[in-house]
Design a protein around this ligand. Sequence first.
Ligand SMILES: NC(=O)c1ccc[n+]([C@@H]2O[C@H](COP(=O)([O-])OP(=O)(O)OC[C@H]3O[C@@H](n4cnc5c(N)ncnc54)[C@H](O)[C@@H]3O)[C@@H](O)[C@H]2O)c1
Length: 449
Amino acid sequence: MRLTIVGAGRVGLTTALALEHLGHDVTCIDSSQAVVESLCRREMPFHDPALESLLASSRVQVFPELTAETASAGVVMIAVPTPGLADGHADLSAVFAVAERVAELVGDEADVALAIKSTTPPGTAAKVRESIDSVLTERGVEANVNVVSNPEFLRQGSALTDTLYPDRVVVGVDDETAHDRMRELYGSIVEQTFDAPHGLQRLANREVAWVRTAPVNAELIKYGSNAFLATKLTFVNEIARLAQSLGGDIRDVVEGIGLDPRIGSQYMQPGPGYGGPCLGKDTRALAAVGADLGEETPLLESVSKSNAIQRRHIVDRLEDALGSLDGATVGLLGLSFKAGTDDVTDSAALEVASLLLERGAIVRAYDPAGEERAKARRPEMAIEYNERPDEMSDGCDALVLMTDWPEFRELDWVHLATRTKQRLVVDARNWLDQEAVEAAGFRYLGLGR
Ligand SMILES: NC(=O)c1ccc[n+]([C@@H]2O[C@H](COP(=O)([O-])OP(=O)(O)OC[C@H]3O[C@@H](n4cnc5c(N)ncnc54)[C@H](O)[C@@H]3O)[C@@H](O)[C@H]2O)c1
């Protein structure tokens, strides 16, 4: 099937390469010249090693703008950003701009399923349909452009795996032809009949649910999922703070709680507070939807507040241990919001860095992938970036594990102990080998214990 994807970022490019692998004929459009040039050279514009070989052998064409031909493909997918505005609402300007451009370009014969893959608030698909209809009416064109809500659930760090082996594909659609086309597009993912790409292990016995529903429900499924995940993470962080004050151990507590199958053990590990480009902005956007509707959403609002408390908690814990942060040198292990990505959007590490600087600390950082994006996102922050963890540790009073990059588990703690001033490690993910860290002579502080 001929497919055009507008926005060749983490979602759009992953989807493009996965769907091309299934045999579809894919064209990407991206308004960033740097992204277009990088993809034309078959170089990744962001860190995701799993996509590199698919991109290298891909025949996907990449252009800076839609044309009448690419706007008239059987499926046109919108995967542009929907960042949060200051008042919490999602900025939908790029989504509407793309949809209107499609309506300006298609001819009478066009029959397009316009699939919104960007995360958009409930009601967006209906508004996009109105806006397309008004452009088509104004132009006197009788094209068939059916709007579909097709939210994305991939996680950075495992984006290709999540795309090829998802739990579910959600399609919010009213029109039968558009539904059937989306079903055909995803057919071999839903039935799991494709050959796994080289180097990507096949997940056995994967059952992929095909969730057909109304567009507004599809949109709410996406927002509800992210708000729930944010709530679960925030909840366990609150329990961890209580466990710590009570002299308990959160590891035993979460194991005991998670054995209840109604609760489960996933997303139940304390950490530095959720971050990244989705959970924070989507939780705030859902609360903003509630406010627009006159519906109170106190739970959603407190989730955002509690997450901010957790980030502060990491800094408070460090300050208590050192006595004062004023003049102390702190080395951050990791800046990206999670391992496997260079994305530092709403990263807890950058927030912790900002709080440390406010309290007078000297902040150093090492990240295997996220340094350039951190510098670009927060150019005003006086972080001293380092190329190696041992170089960063020289003369540090404390090291703080912020991101769960596997290489941090392999650190030579004995060597690091010889380079640091005060031997303190704060493990903001309860993730390091405590015994190894302590055996090297460090004082180790985890979360919730
Ligand atoms: N990153 C994730 O983990 C993830 C997961 C699920 C859903 N989402 C959602 O998917 C959407 C896209 O997110 P992303 O992470 O892929 O963003 P991204 O920033 O990685 O990529 C977006 C791409 O769109 C391009 N772009 C921006 N405006 C454009 C326009 N008007 N026309 C053409 N191209 C344009 C940008 O240059 C960029 O390359 C967002 O709504 C996001 O919330 C993201």
